[in-house]
Design a protein around this ligand. Structure first.
Ligand code: 0A1
Ligand code: ZN
Length: 886
């Protein structure tokens, strides 16, 4: 049984820190087996603290104290207390300097938090609470200090020494006594006060790509990307992405870079995507390295988005940071919104929106409906690492987007300007942000603030009544929100509800609400505020089809009793591209849900011809907007289908989806084959939106054709695999083959590995494609791969590819015999001892266990209990599994 239950931190307990740290002088001496960190902190009592006699308490995690001095005088042992996670000094002056010297062991740091060793050297990750693993500190974001950092290391092994800010001095100590081999040092100073979570340093052997950027005020900024030696040919795209992001932020938000140089360092071992450390971003290699033959169109797009995201954090996160970790969405929700807008401007706006909503439905809606449900501003946590969630990031971005929708683009910009005027250089709250938006726009956002505190996905139930004689259409909208853990009752939210009315000819009807003098516009954003509301549109000359929640104007579940004819009409004609897609998804959902119950009753489903005809029309229209067509022709995912069911039957879901895909493939074989030929992209590869869109439609066609289980199609697929000059086409073919029990499968997988075994990011794809295969032997193969040379439990990317791949494989993970659950429990337990952040993320695979049948539930329950009862389990994993079991 585990030791004491971990402590819970509550938002309501927030109090300003008792001390402030104005400056930090760090001296980091990297030796072979350990690193010695000497820190001198300039401390003073915080005038804003209520407790003017509080002892000084510094956070610590796995530090070995060697020396401690106050204002230069060593402290007697009786003056301080060292406990596992803190250092307390009970009596201190109002203002003083504290020096500590401690030893840390980066080579043993498998958590990848704090200072850790990776293949090419030493790297840091300090968000959220990693700085306390480097030195004794008041490790919270509302303590902002100026940093001066000196790094010493072996020169030949670690030629690159970096930290935040500017290099102010460096030298070598090759003749230092007793030190062989030769060592060197570098001192960096960051002119901007920052919270400790934005600290970074690197000591490594890396190659550097250099470029520069002239800001709109004419300053020349040096840009550097550091990567593993030999990989410079893989960072050109990331550099271009950075420059695009810099220009975009100037143009759209008037925000310019405030530094003389901006560095990105790529590292292969990293828990998350990337980190916005001031002036020294540290990135997972996955979001830096790319070349047409090793990265897919999706990878290129993600690099644009993630490079943008971290760059945009420089203002929304670094210049204005969060007061405490409950405010995380202040920086993350806003920055995701910004990277989404950047992506929408670079690629297709409607397709970007479709993909965002797909993502929201695949991850955030289930989170909101499960045991880890929490508001965008959580009220408590055991381990903050568990709250880097889809709710904080993606729902947080939706909340920002709703403000944008409610107040409009211009007011939003004014609100951002005001936010920076008021809070630059400060650590603030989400209320501060909303207040700036309210003050700048004059829109009352009081009720809107509930979005930050209420968990759960709201449901809108809409009905319409058309009265022909009076030409009036009444929309009745009811909103509700299901209970979530700790929040049984919910209040009505302020919801922007964008609607249009589509006429029989497919054109929008000009909208005029009762009481308005004349019609205005084709899309209207209605402000919903009560649990039931009525909207009366007048002068509606014909019975329209309502196009509701256009562009997905709020993160809600919309219920409206559409007929298939209405949906078919919207799919063909709605002016709102998002709702065209949504209509297609609703049609498919309806058909799939029926097929699922038919299969559960033991009979074969029969599919409506009208659906096939609708699909054929979308496909025929493909060339006008191939990226849209590829989205519209993708059926709702198995996870999304599962969320629609009271009790999930993963086998029936899988079978129904495959049956429908096969049926479409058989019915439209000639059309898919023709479009496959027509969408071929001529000339050299480019990841630009247009050719990428063509490839997405073409590969979608290949995927459908592969459902035919026809040797001719397999040969075509194999040919694409062999001949592809880019990873997008190669991967599409490989993924299709990996789902197919055919001789070509092993050939392709073997050839792929033989060719790419030296490229870790490509090996991740190879692991992932096998772990997500629909074939029945997948789990056995995944278990085999655990001991393959390609796998490494200490590397998060490998874990996400293989274990994460299986976890997301609905039909194989949820096998009725519980083998998938047993497997995941084993891996979570093994991982927990190495890397609790990653283990806890994997453990989230059990979140929806209560939606399954009794047999599956009993298997997951024992898997969860086995994890919970593991000795020495981290609080990260404990929090996830105990919430699941609660
Ligand atoms: N702030 C980063 C996310 C991040 C959070 C925690 C990390 O620790 C392992 C790393 C990165 C972002 O939003 O990009
Ligand atoms: Zn972020």
């Amino acid at each position: 049984m585990r030791d004491p239950v971990p402590q819970v931190t509550y938002l309501k307990d927030y109090a300003p820190p008792a001390f402030l740290i104005t400056s930090v002088d760090l001296d980091v001496d990297i030796e072979d087996e350990f690193t010695r960190v000497r820190a001198t902190l300039a401390l003073q009592r915080n005038p804003r603290s209520a407790d003017s006699a509080a002892p000084l308490v510094l956070n610590a995690d796995e530090l070995e104290l060697e020396a401690i001095a106050l204002n230069g005088a060593p402290l007697p042992a009786s003056a301080y207390a060292v406990e596992a996670n803190r250092l307390t000094i009970s009596s201190v002056p109002a203002q003083f300097a504290l020096t500590t010297v401690c030893k840390i062991y980066p080579k043993q740091n498998t958590k990848l938090m704090g200072l850790y060793a990776s293949k090419d050297g030493y790297f840091t990750q300090c968000e959220a609470e990693g700085f306390r693993r480097i030195t004794y500190f008041i490790d919270r974001p509302d303590v902002m200090a100026r940093y001066s950092v000196t790094i010493h290391a072996d020169q030949a092994t670690y030629p690159v020494l970096l930290s935040n800010g500017n290099l102010v001095a460096s030298g070598d100590a090759s003749h230092q006594e007793g030190k062989t081999p030769a060592r060197h040092w570098a001192r960096w100073e960051d002119p901007f006060p920052k919270p400790s979570y934005l600290f970074a340093m690197v000591a490594a052997k890396l190659d550097k790509l250099e470029d520069s950027f002239v800001t709109r005020s004419g300053r020349n900024v040096g840009l550097q990307i550091y990567v593993e030696p030999g990989k410079l040919d893989q960072c050109g795209f990331a550099m271009q992405a950075l420059k695009k992001a810099m220009r975009w932020d100037e143009e759209v938000f008037g925000l310019e870079l405030d530094l003389d140089q901006y560095m990105i360092v790529a590292v292969g071992d990293f828990n998350m995507g990337a980190m916005e450390n001031k002036g020294l971003n540290i990135f997972n290699t996955k979001y830096v390295l790319a070349r047409p033959d090793i990265a897919t169109d999706g990878d290129f797009m993600h690099i644009d988005r993630v490079v943008g995201h971290e760059y945009f954090h420089n203002w929304t996160g670094n210049r204005v940071t969060c007061r405490d970790w409950f405010q995380l969405s202040l920086t993350e929700g806003l920055t995701v919104f910004r990277d989404q807008e950047f992506g929408a401007d670079l690629y297709s706006r409607p397709v970007a929106r479709i993909q965002e909503v797909r993502g929201l439905r695949a991850a955030q809606f289930p989170e909101d409906a499960g045991p880890m449900a929490h508001p965008v501003r959580p009220q408590s946590y055991m381990e903050i690492s568990n709250f880097y969630t889809a709710t904080v990031y993606e729902k947080g971005a939706e909340v920002v987007r709703m403000i944008h929708t409610l107040i409009g683009r211009e007011n939003f910009r004014k609100g951002m300007d005001l936010y920076f005027r008021r809070f630059d250089g400060q650590a603030v709250t989400m209320d501060d942000f909303v207040q700036a938006m309210q003050d700048a726009s004059g829109t009352d956002l009081a009720q809107f603030r509930r979005w930050y505190d209420q968990a759960g996905t709201p449901v809108l139930e809409v009905s319409s009544a058309y009265d022909a004689p009076s030409q009036r259409l009444t929309l009745t909208v009811k909103q509700s929100c299901p209970p979530t853990p700790g929040q049984p009752d919910k209040l009505p939210l302020h919801i922007p509800f964008a609607v249009g009315l589509v006429g029989g000819d497919g054109d929008d009807i000009a909208l005029q609400l009762e009481g308005e003098g004349r019609p205005g516009g084709a899309t209207r954003v209605l402000s919903l505020k009560s649990s039931e509301e009525h909207f009366v549109f007048v002068s509606v000359g014909q019975k329209p089809v309502p196009s509701l929640l256009r562009s997905f104007s709020a993160p809600v579940i919309l219920k409206y009793p559409y007929t298939s004819e209405e949906l078919t009409h919207l799919l063909a004609r709605d002016a709102d591209a998002f709702n065209r897609w949504e209509a297609g998804q609703r049609l498919a959902l309806d058909i799939l849900l029926r097929a699922i119950s038919t299969l559960q009753a033991g009979t074969e489903p029969v599919f409506r011809e009208s659906f096939v005809a609708a699909v054929a029309r979308v496909l025929a229209d493909g060339p006008t907007d191939p990226a849209f067509a590829a989205e519209a022709l993708s059926l709702p995912s198995e996870v999304y289908l599962a969320e629609q069911m009271k009790m999930v039957n993963p086998d029936a879901i899988h079978a129904a989806r495959v049956r429908l895909r096969r049926h479409l493939a058989h019915s439209l074989r000639a059309e898919f084959a023709a479009m496959y030929v027509r969408q071929r992209v001529a000339g050299p590869y480019s990841p630009d939106a247009d050719p990428a869109a063509r490839r997405s439609l073409r590969n979608l066609c290949l995927g459908y054709l592969m459902e035919l289980d026809d040797p001719e199609v397999r040969a075509l697929c194999m040919e694409q695999f062999d001949r592809a000059d880019n990873m997008t086409d190669a991967m599409a073919a490989l993924a299709a083959l990996a789902n197919c029990d055919c001789p070509e499968r092993a050939q392709a997988l073997d050839r792929f590995y033989a060719k790419w075994r030296g490229e870790p990011l490509v090996v991740d794809k190879w692991l992932g494609v096998q772990a997500t295969s629909r074939l029945p032997g997948t789990l056995t193969q995944v278990i085999r791969l655990l001991s393959h040379e390609a796998f490494n439990m200490r590397n998060p990317n490998k874990v996400y590819a293989l274990i994460g791949g299986l976890r997301s494989n609905q039909v194989r993970f949820h096998a009725a015999d519980g083998a998938g659950y047993h497997f995941l429990a084993d891996q979570v337990i093994a991982l927990d001892a190495l890397n609790p952040t990653v283990a806890a993320r994997m453990a989230r695979g059990f979140d929806r266990w209560r939606k399954f049948d009794a047999v599956r539930q009993s298997h997951s329950r024992s898997a969860l209990e086995r994890i919970r009862d593991t000795r020495g389990l981290s609080k990260d994993t404990f929090e996830v599994v105990s919430r699941a079991l609660a």
